[in-house]
Design a protein around this ligand. Structure first.
Ligand code: GDP
Length: 498
């Protein structure tokens, strides 16, 4: 039985009829699969036996309802002690119960309590959710009473961490839960949903399965040359198989650049010498007075930020303080920050004044943006033309912030540069963070290395190392193997109660 299930995992479509178990053992060793991979988190070391509790709804404002969530072996017992509804303790799973939370026989709040027994719960443990009135005092009081009765306050992300450690969701799906909470646009929500629903996991799992099939083939060839049923791996027939995997992974990586845009948005830095109209342009974009506009040079001393949505994508606008020599200490900090912003911006909008000849500082800025993605906006074209460079005129977007002309053209230019129009029809099945993307790129590098080795006729058995590494790296994306520290860091980024 056990053998068969191992077999199903590692030989999903294989027709091998040899001593399956021997081969599986060998391959499992080869790819260093740790069947008990999750036992490095013992229940004791990770306090998994504790019953944890937290306020799961937003703690910022008073809402109509707050939810206090409890998970762990004592969830039902603790709740039963403080809940007036006596049927609760023995009630069936996934039922809702009305009553009062009490403290020393005094009612504290009128509540609805949801009882969910393991394993069909968010954490796979017994879970209780207390729906109480939204005031912070009553909610905190209920939390306090739970703690006094033996529950422990949960760490940020601990419920989701338990869902992961108990094997209900993988790492990629856990990250998607966090993405869902953080989502600022509808596209970001779609991206997160595809993560939560396992769509992205499936893509990665398919690639891993293809790699394991190749590894299996190689191993059987080496260890059981007498079995003629098995395909004999040659450089000629392995290359297209590797190329096929490489191509699919390349596509995932390429498309996943969109994932970054969907999740984090596009950062646009406005630069230009003082008084050309950067803040006015930013305000025009934001359609509100966010940056201070005056005609005194250097008014915008710090970085001003705002966000707009273009085709459902978040666009972060950063008005910089200008890049120039200054003795003013506050302005100096602003200038330094501006330089940093230019480094991290996805695109720079250089604002020039249509109503003035180009100046030394303009030329310096043109030099700075030359090697970076940029758009030039020639502002103040409501005034007479005095700019003296036709080359710039032909490459720039022309407009002004008084009559608000040129803004739509500028937005269109941004949409074109980032192909934002295409986002409407995309399916958002992407990797969504640097951790996932870095691992995918590393796996790709190893697969490319296998291709190179095949092309120089390296013996087939020597390809196993890189294939195995690629397989492992893809596994790290979904958390098939992981380091304790990584998991701790990752879940600490979650909000409390999730
Ligand atoms: P910044 O220092 O580059 O941020 O420039 P501001 O946005 O503070 O603008 C400097 C001055 O130029 C202000 O008096 C604005 O009202 C004026 N200004 C900005 N844009 C335009 C424009 O398109 N046309 C005209 N005529 N004046 C503008």
């Amino acid at each position: 039985m056990l053998k068969d299930s191992f077999f199903a995992i590692f030989f999903p479509s294989s027709k091998i009829i040899v001593n399956k178990y021997a081969i599986i053992k060998k391959i499992a060793k080869l790819i260093e699969i740790n069947y008990n991979k999750k036992t490095n988190f013992t229940k004791e070391s990770d306090n998994m036996n504790d019953t944890i509790c937290a306020i799961s709804t937003n703690t910022g404002n008073n809402g109509a309802i707050s939810i206090v969530r409890i998970s762990g072996p004592e969830a039902i017992a603790i709740t039963s002690k403080i809940f007036t509804n006596l049927k609760f303790a023995t009630a069936e799973s996934h039922t809702i119960h009305y009553g009062y939370i009490k403290w020393k026989e005094e009612p504290v709040d009128e509540v609805l309590v949801m009882k969910m027994l393991a394993p069909k719960t968010y954490t796979t443990e017994d879970i209780v959710e207390i729906n109480c009135h939204g005031g912070m005092i009553s909610t905190q009081k209920i939390l306090e009473i739970l703690i006094l009765n033996g529950a422990r306050i949960a760490e940020p992300g601990e419920f989701t961490k338990r869902a992961f450690l108990n094997g209900r969701i993988n790492l990629l799906e856990a990250e998607a839960v966090s993405d869902m909470i953080e989502a600022k646009t509808d596209h970001a929500r779609s991206l997160a949903m595809n993560g939560i629903s396992g769509k992205i996991t499936k893509l990665i799992q398919n690639l891993r399965e293809e790699i394991v099939n190749i590894l299996t083939n190689i191993e059987v060839n080496i260890d059981y040359p007498e079995y003629e049923d098995e395909l004999v791996i040659t450089h000629e027939n392995i290359l297209p198989r590797i190329k096929n995997i490489t191509k699919k992974l390349e596509k995932i990586i390429e498309e996943s650049q969109n994932g970054k845009i969907i999740k984090e948005g596009i950062n646009i830095a406005f630069i230009g010498r003082p008084n050309v109209g950067k803040s006015s342009l930013l305000n025009a974009f934001l359609e509100e007075e966010k940056a201070i506009v005056t005609d005194v040079s250097g008014t915008t001393r710090d970085i001003v930020e705002g966000s707009i949505s273009l085709n459902g994508i978040l666009v972060n606008l950063i008005d910089t303080a200008g890049i120039r020599d200054t003795e003013d200490i506050v302005e100096k900090i602003g200038v330094q920050k501006s330089k940093e912003m230019l480094e991290t911006a996805d695109i720079i909008i250089l604002v020039l004044n249509y109503n003035e000849p180009l100046q030394k500082e303009d030329y310096e800025l043109l030099e700075i943006i030359n090697s970076k993605p940029h758009i030039i906006f020639l502002n103040k074209n409501d005034l007479p033309k005095k700019i003296n460079c036709d080359k710039i005129l032909s490459n720039a977007v022309l407009g002004n912030t008084i009559e608000l002309t040129g803004l739509d053209k500028l937005k269109d230019e941004i949409k074109n540069r980032f192909h934002l129009n295409e986002f409407e029809t995309k399916d958002f099945t992407y990797l969504s963070n640097i951790r996932q993307l870095t691992l995918a790129k590393q796996a790709l590098q190893n697969l490319k290395s296998v291709e190179v080795q095949i092309n120089i006729n390296t013996p087939i058995d020597l390809l196993e190392m890189d294939l195995k590494t690629a397989w492992n790296q893809l596994g790290l994306i979904i958390g098939e193997s992981y380091e304790e520290e990584l998991v701790d860091n990752l879940f600490q980024k979650f909000c409390l109660g999730k």
